[in-house]
Ligand binder design. Structure first.
Ligand code: C5P
Length: 237
């Protein structure tokens, strides 16, 4: 099992807060998910430090703007040598294609080529909010599938979705269309504010490619042990 399939959500405000946690992972190559808070506070220099420590980076900045602006942003992000970054599928096919074009322009052609992933419907959006506020009719899961199809059409590598939707997404978009799933909880761990959760072993059995895991690791009394135990669970699944 490639330990980089685990994407640790480093939901901390700055580098000093991240340091003790990262020290726990020394010698275990992981994918570190850096979100807006940490990236806006620490910037590209911090990304480089994480890469030098042997980690891959999922830059979770969820681009969503006019195609030209997204293309320029994607071009700059691709130069950072991140493993994965993402855009909102709600920006439409033209915007996603622009992101892909920017990636191709910015990538140096030598290091790992960044994967480009679409965020479908945020899990914080419930049915009422999607229907009445955002103005999209129907079920949330239909929107997730619709967005996955658009992402595929735009030439993206995959989507962020719930592990429950992975089999359907793979059936429609193909096995090689990547899925990244949050809401992962090893059995016995605190669910927190996640609604629909799945264990790492079950997620692997569902065909999930990458597992985003935050608090079950970052808030564990021994984060290193927590990661090692998840790696073992995934290997045995
Ligand atoms: O701590 P926990 O394992 O719940 O962290 C999950 C991570 O995945 C957080 O960074 C959260 O913002 C992110 N995420 C999510 N649901 C989504 C998209 C991203 O939980 N639909």
């Amino acid at each position: 099992m490639d330990s980089k399939r685990i994407m640790i959500a480093l939901d901390v405000p700055d580098a000093p807060s991240a340091k003790p946690l990262l020290a726990q992972f020394s010698g275990i190559p992981l994918t570190i998910k850096v979100g807006m808070e940490l990236f806006y506070s620490e910037g590209p220099k911090f990304i480089k430090q994480l890469q030098e420590a042997g980690h891959h980076i999922f830059l979770d900045v969820k681009l969503h703007d006019i195609p030209n602006t997204v293309r320029s942003a994607a071009r700059v992000i691709a130069k950072l040598g991140v493993f994965v970054f993402n855009v909102h599928a709600a920006g439409g096919v033209e915007m996603m294609k622009a992101a892909k074009a920017g990636l191709e322009e910015g990538w140096d052609g030598i290091g790992i080529k960044p994967l480009l992933i679409a965020v479908t419907q945020l899990t914080s959006t419930n049915q009422a909010c999607m229907n009445d506020e955002i103005g999209i009719p129907g079920e949330v899961s239909d929107t997730v599938i619709h967005y996955a199809k658009l992402a595929k059409e735009a030439g993206l590598d995959g989507v962020v979705a719930s592990a429950q939707e992975v089999q359907l997404i793979k059936a429609i978009c193909g096995d090689s269309f990547l899925t990244i799933t949050p809401g992962i909880r090893p059995s016995g761990s605190d669910i927190g504010d996640q609604q629909r959760v799945m264990t790492p072993a079950d997620a692997v059995r569902q065909g999930v490619d990458f597992l985003v895991i935050g608090r079950p690791i970052t808030k564990a009394s021994n984060p290193r042990e927590a990661v090692l135990s998840i790696i073992k669970e995934m290997s045995e699944a």
